[in-house]
Design a protein around this ligand. Structure first.
Ligand SMILES: [Zn+2]
Length: 168
C-alpha cells in the first residue's frame, strides 16, 4: 500500500469535523506519521493533526521548542486560567484564494500536555508560549474542531470561507 490517500485536507472537508479515536498499542501508524511529516515539510507548518491528512487516528505532529515531536494520543490535561490572544493564528487546512486564513484565537496561556512518542513512551510537559498555542491548536483538531468553527455562518461567508448565499 502506498500512502497516496494521505493528502492535505482543506476546510470544509467533513473529515475535519470528525473526532479521532485513540491509537491502540498494536496500531501501526508508521505510514501515517511518514505522510504527516511529508505534508508538514511541504507546507512548512508548525503542526499537523491526523484528520488534516485524512486519518482518524489520534496522532499529531507538534513543533515544540523548535523540535518536531510526534504526539500519539495527545491530550491537554491541564490549563492555566490566564489566557492569551493568539494573533493571526493560521491553519494549513484553511485557505482563502490560496492564502492561509488567519484569525485571532483566545488560548490558555499555559497547558499541561500528555502524549506517547513513536516508541509509545509517555511524556507529560508543561508548555507555554508558541508551544502551548500549537498543542492547543492540534489537540482541538484531534477533537474534530478547527479555528474557523469559532465563526458563525455570516462571518464564514464574509471571509470567503463558504460561498455567498449559504448563510441563512
Ligand atoms: Zn489547523
Amino acid at each position: 500500500m502506498s500512502d497516496e490517500h494521505f493528502y492535505l485536507r482543506s476546510f470544509p472537508d467533513p473529515v475535519l469535523k470528525q473526532p479521532t479515536v485513540p491509537v491502540e498499542p498494536d496500531t501501526d501508524i508508521h505510514k501515517l506519521v511518514r505522510a504527516m511529516k511529508r505534508i508538514l515539510a511541504e507546507q512548512r507548518g508548525l503542526g499537523l493533526a491526523a484528520q488534516q491528512a485524512g486519518s482518524l487516528h489520534r496522532v499529531a505532529i507538534l513543533t515544540l521548542a523548535g523540535q518536531q515531536t510526534v504526539a500519539i494520543n495527545l491530550e491537554i490535561i491541564g490549563r492555566s486560567k490566564m489566557t492569551v490572544l493568539s494573533a493571526h493564528e493560521g491553519c494549513l487546512s484553511v485557505r482563502v484564494n490560496g492564502k492561509l486564513f488567519r484569525m485571532n484565537v483566545r488560548r490558555s496561556r499555559q497547558v499541561v500536555a500528555r502524549w506517547l512518542d513513536e516508541n509509545r513512551q509517555e511524556h507529560t510537559r508543561r508548555l507555554g508560549g508558541l508551544d502551548a498555542i500549537v498543542a492547543q491548536h492540534e489537540s482541538e483538531h484531534l477533537d474534530g474542531r478547527c479555528i474557523v468553527d469559532r465563526l458563525d455562518p455570516r462571518q464564514l461567508e464574509r471571509e470567503g470561507l463558504i460561498p455567498k448565499g449559504v448563510a441563512a
